[in-house]
Ligand binder design. Structure first.
Ligand code: ADP
Ligand code: ADP
Length: 227
């Protein structure tokens, strides 16, 4: 569990004339599920990548719990990020894909196995651990991508349109899986989507962005029933 605070955050890309994100202020509570929505190009991914440490913050402070983490390397942030395009290693099995990040962190083999088996069970991947990504369906690949994040038991999960490459039926199914995952893991989640139904069903609070700024923050009810 972790609290995240974005304080007067600005992002301007090199050579850009305007900020991609301007004066962004948000406090995310422990175990909260936050969803960012807004048109393409409004700054959702940029904000997520700044939280993950994949993009430098031009101005402002990012806190995780009580620490300013602007200069903390991504691998030291205790954050896992799941992307739209899965980014699985094609030559590795499902097991090795899920274990990779833990091996990098020099975790003992028996603990890696325990964590991968547990995540696989949670995500219905137990029978697929020896397969390569090419032999998986889109939904299964996305589960592996989730599994790779889950095994790390991070304090924070960031998801950038994780379901947008799936067909409609699978998307609904995986949406439920993600809600369950959040319940089980009790982690703070920040989730980017274009899909209003996803936002309404998953979010504790929705952040509506437009052209780099926050337009509105509130519960799904507040956001979608306001005049
Ligand atoms: P989305 O709209 O789904 O957020 P995009 O297709 O706009 O994604 O962007 C895909 C990738 O291209 C992202 O990694 C983003 O950082 C990069 N990108 C987007 N806009 C620019 C830009 N103007 N210059 C350089 N890279 C960009
Ligand atoms: P969203 O995720 O909401 O689609 P992004 O955060 O990807 O929006 O993009 C916000 C703005 O920043 C856009 O104007 C985009 O073109 C620009 N942008 C994104 N990535 C880059 C980049 N790597 N270099 C320059 N501009 C970028």
């Amino acid at each position: 569990m972790a609290e995240i605070k974005l304080e007067n955050i600005h992002k301007r890309y090199d050579n850009a004339e305007d900020d991609a994100v301007t004066d962004f202020n948000l406090e995310v509570e422990d175990n909260e599920f936050i969803v960012f929505v807004g048109p393409s190009g409004c700054g959702k991914s940029t904000t997520l990548r700044m939280i993950a440490g994949l993009e430098e913050i031009t101005e402002g402070d990012l806190y995780i719990d009580d620490d300013v983490v602007n200069d903390v390397a991504p691998k030291d942030r205790d954050i896992a990020m799941v992307f739209q395009n899965y980014a699985l290693y094609p030559h590795m099995t499902v097991f090795d894909n899920m274990a990779f990040g833990l091996k990098l962190r020099k975790m003992p083999k028996n603990e890696i196995k325990e964590r991968v088996d547990h995540a696989a069970e949670m995500l219905g991947l137990t029978d697929l651990l020896d397969r390569k990504p090419a032999a998986l369906s889109g939904g299964q690949r996305q589960r592996v991508a989730l599994g790779r994040a889950v095994v790390r038991s991070p304090k924070v999960f960031l998801m950038d349109e994780p379901l947008s490459n799936l067909d409609a039926k699978l998307r609904v199914h995986m949406r439920t899986e993600i809600a369950k995952l959040h319940e089980k893991l009790e982690t703070t989640m920040i989730y980017v989507t274009h899909d209003q139904t996803e936002a309404m069903t998953l979010a504790d609070r929705i952040v509506i962005m437009e052209a780099g700024v926050i337009q509105q923050v509130g519960s799904p009810f507040e956001v979608y029933n306001s005049p």
